[in-house]
Structure formats: C-alpha cells, structure tokens
Design a protein around this ligand. Structure first.
Ligand code: NAD
Length: 431
C-alpha cells in the first residue's frame, strides 16, 4: 500500500519505519525541515533502540522516504496517518491545532479517495472535527475520504517491538469496508484487532492511559502509608500484582508518572469529560497525588540536609524513563529546579538524554559518567532507573562522594546491600 505518515516524531517515525518494513511504500513527512534533513542524512532525531537500523534498511530498499512536501505525499497515498503532537493547553484541554493544520493540508491535496487515520491521541469527537475541517476546506460533501481512529499504544524505549507486536490494534471506522482496509494493513502482525466506531476508539486510548496513571498514583499513595506504618511497598506491590485481577505492571512506587503522554492524556480526559457534563473526580485525585510526589521526595532530601546552599547533588538519570531521550515532563526537571531554588549545585548524568536536557536545564553541570557525577557530591539522587545504574561499583562511588548518601526515587536498589557498603540510603515506601 502507499502510505503517507504526517509527523516524524516518536510515533510517526516508528509507524513509518514499521509499515515500510512490512512491505508498504511509505512517505514520512514533517514541517520541521531540520528534522527531515537529519533523517535524510541517515541520522535519527530521537533515541529509540533499533530505530536507526530499521529506517536505514527500508530507505535503502526504497520503501521509506522523508520530506517536507506534505501535499505531494498526500497526493500519492491511499492511506494518510496523522501522527502530529497533541499537547495540553493551560486548562488541560488538548491543543488540536497541529491536527487541524494537517487536516487542512490533506484537504488541499485530495485527488481521489483516501483514508485519513488519526493516530495522534485525540479527544473523543476529533474524528468528526477532522472530517469537518477537510470537508469545509475541500468544499465537497466529504465523499472523497473517510476518517478512521487508530490510536497508538507504543511505549518509548521499546517502540519498535510494541509496534510490531502490539497487545491489540484498535480500528475505529465509519464502516466495515473502511475497517477492512486497515485490517489488510495490520493483518501480518497477527495481533488481536478490535473494530469499533470512531468515538469508542478515541476513548479507548484515553481510558487506557488514565487507568495506568491511576494505578501509579494508587501505589504511590500506598507507598506513603508504608513509610508512615513501617511497611515495605516492594512486598505490598508484589503481592498485589500476583492477584490476576490486578496485575503486576505499573505498580512500582516512585516519583509519579511523567513523560509525553500520561500527564496530558489524563488532563485531557478530565477536560473532555467535563465538557460532556461528567465530573471525573477520581482522575482529578490521580493528578493531585501525582503532583505531590516531587515535594514529598524532595522533602526527604531537605530533612537530611536542612541547609542546601552549595550542597553538591549528583543526579543519575534525566529522561522521563529509561531507554529514551524524551525530556517532556521528566521528573528530573522538577527535582533539579526545586533543589537549585534553595542553592544546591547540580551535577547530572544520563546515558542518552543529556543533549535533549541541555536546553531545558542549561545551568547544571553535565558529567560523562555516574562516577564523575558522584565526585565530591553530598548526595546522589536516582531519578531514572537506567539499567546501567544497577551494577555500579559501590566502593568506588562511596570513595568519590563527600558524604555517602543516596536518595533512590525509583527503588532501584536493595537497601541492605547499599547500607552494607556504608551508604545512608533513602527510597520510596520502604523502611
Ligand atoms: N510519544 C509516545 O510515546 C506516544 C505514544 C502513543 C501515542 N502518542 C501520541 O502520538 C502523537 C504524536 O506524539 P509524538 O511523541 O510522536 O510527538 P512529537 O512531538 O515527537 O512529533 C510530532 C511531529 O509532528 C510534526 N508536525 C506538527 N505539525 C505538523 C504538520 N501540520 N505537518 C507535518 N508535520 C507536523 C512536528 O514537527 C513533530 O516532528 C501525540 O498525539 C501523542 O499523544 C505518543
């Protein structure tokens, strides 16, 4: 099939790479000329394991190309995937301006029947909005296209594997005939496919992310109880997760959810529910709990070091989670800003996110290794649980630090082991 993917970010690029790898001819287009230039030079604008290889392979075999010529690519395609950003506005509402801009471009290039697929995460009703925008801009009755909702569930850091082996594929289509076209595209993946109406598909994405965010806030609140009661959240989570009705994923207590999706998607669902007359109070509390995580965690650092001025704090991990360079809503930003505001000096290390972090956190010292970060530090703070931090040389770290204190925001380590190496060790929800 001839496919156009609009937007070459985390979702667009992975979608384009995977569809081309399945044998389709894919044009991935973006309005960001620098990004496209980089891609055409064989460089990835984002860090995503395995992406560079799959892109290179398909470019070489002429199934995948990149350009800024959105109109021309639309003209040549049967199916157009909208994969542009949908950030949150101040009031939590989703900013759909990128989606509507893409829809207008599509309208200007309709030269025959096309299927327009919303892969961006968009509030319920956006399928209708895109249909309206195209119809109005194109000035016809809407007979030349259909709009489908096909939300994306990939996780950064394992995006290629997720796109090739999804738990399920959701196709929200206006008719069986249109759905069949998408089925044809996805059939080779062998994943369960749920065919539904457009609105349900849109809602499935938000309900999924909001549910996961709720699990995170839930376990974090239980971790707070553990801290006060002398219980151990690791044991509590493990036991909870072994109940098949609950499941063990997203039950790791820590610094709360961040990143490019959960925070904005939860706010968006609260907002769109409100618009529909439903007060989603439960989700509002999920947000409140999440917003309080950093204050509570930084409070532990203040308790240990009441005077922060000129304290050197080493931060391990900047990205919002391991295996990505994505800094959107990363917990490192709030923690660092809070410590800097009371005079701390920050040294930081992240295996891949330091380039993305520099523009957001320009005034901290970036280090080349965890050991350089530990040198002369009053304390180390674990913010992102990169696997590479699991097996650090503890003797060496202790020898380099001014005071051997670790604040582990991700419960990466065994407290007894850390203490046996002479560290003062603070974590989340553990005695
Ligand atoms: N990142 C994730 O893990 C993830 C997972 C699932 C779903 N999503 C959803 O997918 C969507 C995209 O997310 P992302 O992380 O890939 O965003 P991103 O910011 O990384 O990429 C979006 C890209 O779209 C481009 N763009 C914007 N307007 C355009 C236009 N009119 N024409 C062409 N290109 C345009 C931007 O230049 C940018 O490169 C969002 O709705 C997001 O919620 C993201």
């Amino acid at each position: 099939m001839r496919i156009c993917v609009i937007g070459s970010g985390y979702v667009g690029l992975v979608t384009a790479a995977v569809f081309s790898d399945l044998g389709n001819e894919v044009e991935c287009v973006d309005i960001d000329g620098a990004k496209v230039e980089k891609l055409n030079a064989g460089k990835m604008p984002i860090y995503e394991p395995g992406l560079e290889e799959i892109v290179a392979r398909n470019v070489k075999q002429n199934r995948l190309s990149f350009s800024t010529e959105v109109d021309a690519a639309v003209t040549r395609s049967e199916i157009i995937f909208i994969c542009v950003g949908t950030p949150a506005m101040e009031n939590g509402q989703t900013d759909l301006s990128y989606v509507t801009a893409a829809a207008k471009t599509i309208a200007g290039s309709l030269n025959g029947y096309k299927i327009v697929v919303n892969k961006s995460t968009v509030p319920v009703g956006t399928g209708d909005l895109v249909r309206r925008v195209i119809t109005e801009a194109h000035g016809n009755s809407g007979r030349d296209f259909d709009v489908v909702s096909n939300p994306e569930f990939l996780r950064e850091g394992q995006a290629i594997a997720d796109a090739l082996k999804p738990d399920r594929i959701i196709v929200g289509a206006p008719s069986k005939k249109v759905a069949m076209k998408l089925l044809e595209l996805y059939a080779t993946l062998g994943a369960p496919i749920i065919i539904t109406d457009v609105q349900s598909a849109e809602l499935i994405k938000y309900a999924s992310n909001a549910f996961l965010a709720m699990k995170i806030s839930f376990i974090n609140q239980v971790a707070d109880i553990c801290e006060e009661a002398g219980a151990n959240i690791i044991d509590v989570s493990k036991a909870l997760g072994l109940d098949k009705r609950i499941g063990g994923m997203f039950l790791n207590a820590g610094l709360g959810y961040g990143g490019s999706c959960f925070p904005k998607d939860v706010l968006s669902l609260i907002h769109s529910s409100g618009e529909l007359g439903i007060d989603f109070g439960l989700l509002k509390e999920v947000v409140n709990v999440n917003n309080n995580r950093i204050d509570r965690f930084v409070g532990k650092i203040h308790n240990r070091f009441p005077e922060m001025k000129d304290r050197v704090i080493g931060i391990l991990g900047l990205a919002f989670k391991p295996e990505t360079d994505d800094m959107r809503d990363a917990k490192s930003i709030a923690i660092i800003n809070s410590l800097v505001s009371v005079g701390a000096k920050i040294k930081a290390y992240d295996p891949v996110a330091m380039d993305s972090a520099r523009s957001i956190l320009p005034d901290i010292t970036y280090c080349q290794s965890p050991y350089e970060t530990a040198e002369g530090a009053d304390a180390i703070v674990i913010v992102t649980e990169w696997r590479a931090f699991q097996q650090l040389d503890l003797e060496k770290i202790r020898g380099l630090m001014k005071t051997p204190v670790i604040f582990d925001g991700r419960n990466m380590y065994n407290p007894e082991r850390k203490r046996s190496f002479g560290f003062e060790y603070y974590s989340v929800g553990r005695p």
